[in-house]
Design a protein around this ligand. Structure first.
Ligand code: C2O
Ligand code: CU
Length: 499
């Protein structure tokens, strides 16, 4: 508790300290960050290991990451030979400040080639981690250095973009938290935890599930692992002081599973989504987080000492096959013996978001389909009539604003993800859905149409879009948009090789 107070204070000093040396105008001193209210070691069971910054420059975070197979315990007596970043499940939490430069020396010690994609981060195309488009695959035993600045505060995450359904399902993912020190006062909740939701499947010998289970029918259903994980553990416990607010930064890193969080009917206050804070806060008892999405929420557990509140993932119909699924326990929240916290008035979290100009935007129609099974008994998803390995790029000029009208003509939901650019979801009249937030992944429910407003204002290159049910992506539901001039050598998407 003390440590996090000190860290907050240091964050504030960092901000104040910088301005004079840059010769900036004198700023009003920021309000003092609120002290922690949580019991000691409240987050001990879920605390993520953090990547170690070995660069002395305060504005550069420079780390090493090794991908390798490792034995991981997800529960007592439950050990899996997982694919990991640095031996952990999830990989290390990378913590940077907005505007920092991040350098990652990455080494691949897996038995297969891989890459790292920085989901949601507005990186240059050469850092986007897509083989054949932005870089070559990192072969076994080889290294690659990722180096970019991190322009937007928010919770992001990293994962491979090679055989991604298999590799993410095997355990390759981690959180990238881009902090804005101003939020210590504008959000004002000192007790914050990053929660990486996922799942994994393996047998009694600890051998990972076959990622091709059920062939192309398994692909269409979207394969889920048997064990539901929070920061790599089954049903861990978070401790809470009754009446003390907690800020949860949540990412769904599962390759197919949807999470619908409910904590015994408590109200969650949603303050942000993929690209940081949203226009204004909303409240809900059930938070849907589809694969790839992030949610920034505040919750205030209350109860008598010893009370155990349970965060569950509720049922959700994401398409045929959902009736096989159950309500799952995700996390327990245990009320400590401390006296209830005095009532705190939290600031109203708001953010001014300027949507790109809607007038004059180019409409780009996209139909997501699943044609009847072919004569070989094979299913594939298609975008405008083709799976990604037969696709040609969509085009956008630098500075062009587009409205992607994505019609889901299938009986499955598709969490739709665009690389490199945020978008604003629009309603059927092409008006922003409020409260606005910068999104990079949005669920498109079965048989509905989504309208996504995006401005391709910078960073020419070939950027992917795909369903973040990674089985669907590999089953065809993926494409690419060429922003700016065409780089001929980087246009080819390969059909997945049989494993
Ligand atoms: Cu997180 Cu191409 O995806
Ligand atoms: Cu999908």
């Amino acid at each position: 508790m003390i440590r996090s107070q000190v860290r907050r204070a240091l964050l504030l000093f960092a901000v104040i300290g910088l301005s004079p040396s840059l010769g900036a105008a004198v700023q009003a001193p920021p309000a003092i960050a609120a002290p922690s209210l949580a019991p000691a070691d409240w987050d001990a069971q879920v605390k993520l290991k953090e990547a170690v910054d070995h660069n002395p420059d305060p504005r550069i975070v420079e780390i090493d990451i090794v991908a390798r197979v490792a034995d991981v315990d997800i529960a007592p007596g439950k050990r899996v030979k997982a694919w990991t970043y640095d031996g952990g499940l999830p990989g290390p939490l990378i913590r940077v400040h907005v505007g920092d430069r991040l350098i990652v020396h990455f080494t691949n010690q897996l038995p297969q080639e891989t890459t790292i994609h920085w989901h949601g981060v507005r990186v240059p195309i050469t850092m986007d981690g897509v083989p054949g488009i932005s870089q070559d695959e990192v072969e076994q035993g080889k290294s690659f250095t990722y180096d970019f600045t991190v322009p937007d505060a928010g919770l992001y995450w990293y994962h491979p973009h090679v055989q991604s359904a298999a590799q993410v399902g095997f355990g390759l993912y981690g959180a990238l938290l881009v902090e804005d020190p101003a939020e210590a006062t504008t959000v004002g909740v000192p007790d914050e935890v990053t929660l990486v939701l996922s799942d994994i499947g393996f047998d009694d010998a600890g051998t990972l599930d076959d990622p091709d289970n059920g062939d192309s029918t398994g692909m269409v259903f979207g394969r889920e692992g048997t064990y539901v994980l929070v920061n790599g553990k089954t049903r861990p416990t978070l401790r809470a002081r009754s009446g003390a607010p907690q800020r949860w930064r949540v990412v769904n890193a599962a390759k197919s599973r949807f999470f619908v969080l409910n904590m015994d009917g408590f109200v969650f206050t949603i303050i942000g989504s993929d690209g940081g804070l949203q226009e204004s806060a909303t409240t809900t008892e059930q938070v849907l987080i589809t694969p790839g999405e992030r949610v920034d929420l505040i919750v205030t557990p209350t109860g008598a000492p010893g009370t155990e509140l349970v965060v569950r993932s509720m049922l959700h119909n994401r398409g045929y096959g959902s009736f096989f699924r159950n309500v799952e326990d995700v996390l327990a929240v245990r009320i400590s013996d401390d006296p209830p916290a005095p009532k705190v008035a939290l600031p109203k979290v708001t953010r001014t978001i300027m949507a790109p100009p809607i007038a004059g935007a180019t409409h780009v129609p996209m139909a997501l389909t699943l044609p009847p099974i072919d004569w070989k008994g094979h299913n594939e998803f298609q975008v405008n009539g083709v799976p990604f390995w037969k696709s040609t790029p969509y085009l956008a000029k630098i500075g062009e604003t587009q409205i992607w009208v994505v019609k889901n003509d299938t009986d499955w939901d598709h969490p739709f993800h665009l690389h490199g650019f945020f978008f604003i979801p629009l309603d059927e009249h092409d008006q922003p859905i409020h409260p606005m937030g910068w999104k990079d992944t949005v669920n498109i429910p079965q048989r509905t149409t989504a309208r996504l407003l995006v401005q391709f204002n910078e960073r020419p290159g070939t950027w992917m879009f795909h369903c973040h049910i990674l089985d669907h992506a590999e089953g065809g539901l993926m494409g690419h948009v060429q922003v700016g001039p065409v780089a001929a050598e980087h246009m080819h998407l390969e059909e997945p090789k049989p494993r």
